[in-house]
Ligand binder design. Structure first.
Ligand code: FAD
Ligand code: MLT
Ligand code: ZN
Length: 538
């Protein structure tokens, strides 16, 4: 509980400013659906317009189907029937596999294959490689750069049939599973043993363990658990020629030669299909707290961050920021009262997690009291109990869906020096307004607004341009402008979502010519026939 001795300099009682969430927001008023199932089900009551995605080939006519790839024949299907059970060969109702989460890209695949083991993946790739049939590996299809869906008629190889947990070592925390295990299922399994998956993100109800490895997803707790490049210990990968690379090691330290698994982490299905993952999982913290705060400037966001790192130290597990517009869109979409009664220019979500609730509560409260006293925080609430904690997280995790709900969204996930992070959002809004493309109220304009949020703790901004429809004019206004801006600040054009189809032509804004050549060499070396995920990445 907040101690009665707490006082603050703004002369209001602290309790009226910094309340436990249930005090200002009785839980009955805030029934936000389980955010972990977001991308999986969409079966809750929200506002939204579902646009029909256009075919990628029509939207990007300059990208031509490469004639080196063979067209699928009945003979090919007959061959796949010798490898897979009939129910694992899908030829009808393929929209859910052809369309991406943003409804921005749509392929024309006529075939989805769902192998259930590594040998089948190997046999499929061996055959496709010989036949020159292009293949798109697909996990939970929650990717945000058009990488998980075909561009033309590529065969979709879905990993969703490979969903077994292989082993778990309760002493070391080493977890091994098939690539198609859904992230949330992996985490629920680990929770039963007192462990946690070292990555969490809003799409965890749908995305696969193999998918997050293939994209090197960052997520909400990278600040605490680091990148998958550190926690993945080994991988089993089927190479484009069907060879199986068994590198599913359990060693934290192994300095014998190149660290091969790293090549596949973040390779977005371009040089191999991940079929098995070995990952080191930390003990699950027993005490979690979430504070949701309002501040008046981006400068204040940075000041709170510096303070949080210093004063919360080892218990700080997430530090996320959101601008006002992102919260207005979320409020309109989920139609629930916001956690804070008044509006603020920026919001911060701080999560702490540790092993002693009493200790963490005291530390967080002290930190917040001091921040109020310093005048850098204007308002705030702290979760009380698990449901409230999830509800507060929802105001952050619902932003991706809310910014897409009125038609579509142009997404940019960039790394920038912290001091420059928000200036990209301001510059983008200015540019769109000057071009006469943007209005929050005038529905004849394609753009509603550019909003900013993200993983401040990792220097990662999400710039989302919420639109009523996807148009070439808006795309041209944004690209390469956004990439030029990021490059001028020596940032990265992709902090976590990857290159996919969207950024294939823009890698040069972050990587130099020598780096690009080396990436191309690797791609050509491992995928000589270039059958894996063509038209993307590089
Ligand atoms: P898919 O979308 O199916 O595939 C992504 C890419 O990986 C494709 O190129 C595909 O070909 C390839 N691929 C998939 N599986 C394999 C495999 N087994 N072997 C080889 N290649 C494969 N990303 C973040 O980094 N941080 C976030 O916080 C985050 N939050 C999200 C929230 C929402 C609501 C949504 C919709 C997406 C979010 N993402 C986030 C983006 C996305 O990258 C992650 O959801 C996830 O990493 C994708 O996993 P997936 O299984 O859905 O892969
Ligand atoms: C997030 O941080 O919410 C994700 O990366 C997804 C997104 O930005 O859309
Ligand atoms: Zn993110």
């Amino acid at each position: 509980m907040i101690k009665t001795s707490i006082r603050n300099v703004s002369k209001r009682s602290v309790k009226s400013i910094l309340s436990y969430y249930s005090v200002v927001n009785p839980i009955s008023r805030v029934v936000v659906p389980n955010v972990t199932k977001l991308a999986a089900t969409h079966n809750y009551s929200t506002t939204g317009t579902k646009i029909q995605p256009r075919l990628t080939s029509e939207n990007y006519p300059s990208v031509k189907r490469d004639p080196r790839y063979k067209q699928l024949t009945n003979e090919n299907i007959e061959y796949f029937k010798t490898i897979l059970e009939p129910k694992c060969i899908i030829q009808d109702d393929l929209d859910a596999f052809n369309e991406d989460w943003m409804r921005k890209y749509k392929g024309q695949s006529k075939l989805v294959l769902k192998p259930t083991n590594t040998e089948q993946v190997s046999a499929i790739l061996k055959y496709c490689n010989k036949q020159k049939l292009a293949v798109v590996p697909q996990g939970g299809n929650t990717g945000l750069v058009g990488g998980s869906v075909p561009v033309f008629d590529e065969i979709i190889l879905s990993l969703s049939g490979m969903n077994k947990i292989r082993s778990f070592d309760k002493v070391s925390g080493i977890f091994k599973c098939d690539a198609g295990v859904i992230l949330e299922n992996a985490d629920n399994f680990l929770a039963e043993h007192g462990y946690i998956f070292p990555l969490d993100l809003g799409a965890k109800g749908s995305c696969h363990v193999g998918g997050v490895v293939a994209t090197n997803a960052g997520g909400l707790r990278l600040l605490r658990y680091g990148s998958l490049h550190g926690s993945v210990l080994g991988l089993e990968v089927v190479l484009p020629n069907g060879e199986v690379l068994n590198s599913l090691h359990s060693l934290r330290k192994d300095n014998t030669g190149y660290d091969l698994k790293q090549l596949f982490i973040g390779s977005e299905g371009t040089i191999g299909i991940v079929t098995g993952v070995s990952i080191l999982c930390p003990p699950r913290p027993s005490a979690f707290n979430v504070a949701f705060l309002g501040v008046e400037s981006y400068e204040a966001v940075q000041r709170v961050f510096i303070k949080a790192k210093k004063e919360l130290g080892e218990i700080l597990s997430a530090f996320e920021f959101m601008d006002l517009k992102s919260q207005q869109l979320t409020k309109a979409h989920i139609q629930q009262p916001a956690p804070l009664e008044e509006e603020h220019s920026f919001y911060i979500l701080i999560e702490t997690s540790g092993s002693s609730k009493e200790h963490d509560d005291a530390k967080l409260e002290q930190f917040l009291e001091k921040s109020f006293e310093d005048g850098i925080i204007s308002d705030g609430v702290i979760s009380q109990g698990e449901t409230e904690l999830h509800n507060l997280w929802a105001w952050r995790e619902m932003i991706p869906e809310s910014s897409q709900a009125n038609g579509g969204v142009y997404k940019y996930d960039v790394s920038l020096p912290l001091k420059d992070l928000y200036s990209l959002v301001e510059a983008t809004n200015e540019r769109l307004t000057q071009a006469g493309l943007s209005s929050e109220t005038d529905k004849s304009k394609p753009v509603i607004s550019a909003v900013g949020y993200g993983h401040v703790g990792d220097g990662n901004l999400h710039l989302n341009v919420a639109v009523r429809q996807y148009t070439k004019e808006v795309e041209k206004c944004l690209e390469p402008f956004v990439y030029e801006f990021v490059s001028s600040k020596k940032g990265s054009i992709s902090a976590e979502h990857g290159l996919g189809f969207q950024k294939k032509n823009y890698i040069g804004y972050t990587k130099n010519a020598q780096e690009i050549k080396m990436i191309k060499d690797l791609k050509h070396h491992y995928d000589e026939s270039l059958i894996l995920n063509p038209y993307k990445y590089i």
